[in-house]
Design a protein around this ligand. Structure first.
Ligand code: GDP
Length: 245
């Protein structure tokens, strides 16, 4: 029996006519990465809103980028989209509390939106402004129906702060039931050595384990704009959120 099975397997493997058609249809990992990065590169500014009711009502799947000020959010958006200054508007004085939207996909028929949400956690921000921020973020993450995913940037040297945890609690119900996906990027990973990076990843996974359910789609990855680490993988995750629904 063994000899027969082995020889049959060999026959199948060595039949070039059987193997060729499927091989030519399969996209390699490199193809998928290239496709995802090409899609991300199409991002262009659409509009800016200081209040939720100013956001356009749209059916387009939306991916929100959130994180503490200085976590590397603008740099991550610019790196993912391979554009130098796309997320620069968020840094313009007077616009730091705005939600900036970017369209992706073909020019006349965009197929997704990136939403750059205000960075949080500046110590100097007055209590009133903090409360206002909390309300905007909580409301956005709760009511924005077109939201399909959240990318949370966390400085890999600091790990989750209280505000990061608070933010995750705003979106936890929708992550828990699988209607919104979550990707945590541990930024500036180039500043860590190998063992520090492994520790940062493990502690983030432990925190995320607490909000993960059977339905949830939660990921975490080391990310470095400087060393170009994790960029293709992140682009493929976002691409799949939009295209595999
Ligand atoms: P944001 O406030 O979250 O938008 O943060 P920025 O994107 O402006 O980045 C904050 C600081 O971190 C800047 O000085 C960036 O140059 C730096 N930074 C961002 N990404 C990286 C990275 O991958 N590696 C290193 N070493 N520094 C980074």
């Amino acid at each position: 029996m063994m000899a027969l099975d082995d020889s049959m397997a060999e026959q199948n493997n060595s039949n070039p006519a059987a193997a060729a058609p499927s091989e030519s249809l399969v996209l390699t990992e490199a193809d998928l990465e290239k496709r995802a990065l090409g899609w991300a590169h199409t991002a262009r500014f659409r509009t800016t809103a200081s209040q939720l009711d100013q956001l356009p009502q749209t059916e387009l799947p939306e991916i929100a980028f959130v994180g503490r000020s200085n976590a590397g959010k603008s740099t991550a958006i610019n790196t993912l989209t391979q554009q130098k200054r796309l997320a620069f508007a968020s840094k313009t004085p007077g616009r730091t509390q705005h939600i900036n939207l970017f369209d992706l996909g073909p020019k006349i028929i965009p197929n997704a939106i990136f939403a750059d949400l205000p960075g949080y956690g500046y110590a100097a921000v007055a209590r009133g402004a903090k409360l206002r921020w909390q309300k905007v973020m909580a409301d956005y993450l709760d009511v924005r129906r077109s939201l399909v995913g959240v990318v949370l940037m966390v400085d890999s040297r600091q790990g989750f702060t209280d505000l990061d945890q608070q933010l995750m609690s705003f979106v936890a119900p929708r992550v828990g039931n699988g209607s919104v996906k979550l990707l945590v990027l541990l930024t500036k990973a180039d500043k860590l050595n190998r063992s520090e990076a492994a520790t940062a990843l493990a502690s983030a996974q432990a925190v995320l384990g607490e909000i993960t359910t059977d339905e949830a789609d939660v990921g975490v990855a080391l990310f470095s704009a400087l060393k170009k680490q994790g960029i293709g993988d992140a682009a493929m995750v976002l691409h799949s959120w939009v295209h595999e629904r």
